[in-house]
Design a protein around this ligand. Sequence first.
Ligand code: SF4
Length: 223
Amino acid sequence: MTKKERYRFVLDWFQKHMPVAETELHYSNPYELLVAVILSAQCTDKRINMVTPALFERYPVPELLAKASFEDVEPYIRSVTFANNKTRHLIGMADMLVNKFHGVVPDTIEELVDLPGVGRKTANVIISVVYAKPGMAVDTHVFRVSARIGLTVKATTPLQTEQQLVANMPQELLAIAHHWLILHGRYICVAHRPKCEECGLKEVCKYYNSDMKYIVDPAYTRK
Ligand code: SF4
């Protein structure tokens, strides 16, 4: 099977079986999504959705968050991973948003990664979800699932994964493909013991069709 055929199969399968795929984070405007994505690093969306309603109610606009102190904000996100760092990032991000970008969430990767707490993955989420621009945000799920299926080859960094996916997918599918791969990784192609027998991609999946699974998951038995 060629790389092109593998991509075609995977994209067709997701289009058919997951026509709607969106972020599971709750938000109502670009500022809230930016806050939620910063908070979600190495934490679950479920946890973030538990803390953001009160946070957004107290700080509905970046101008208010920018003026807040560490002691004001930290209690709202105390149950989130790395709460101390994220508190500083949120306040710093809001401050720069107000003072450098007039309170408007920027629409380019270059400007977004200037903001405290915003890396390339977060920036790609914002440009694709908020601004409908082509962008592939690579998190741990996208990285793992792409490698297992064989969409990426020898990618050792998120940037390499991003570059290979962007090079091989139609631009208009990048944003939804990001969600497809995340959701597939979250519920089917999980890190430990992927649910291969339930997976509609096993026909083309390099991992499934190799002996690797016996090493990674000795409990697995081929049917
Ligand atoms: S067949 Fe298994 S390893 Fe391959 S994508 Fe599906 S769940 Fe993941």
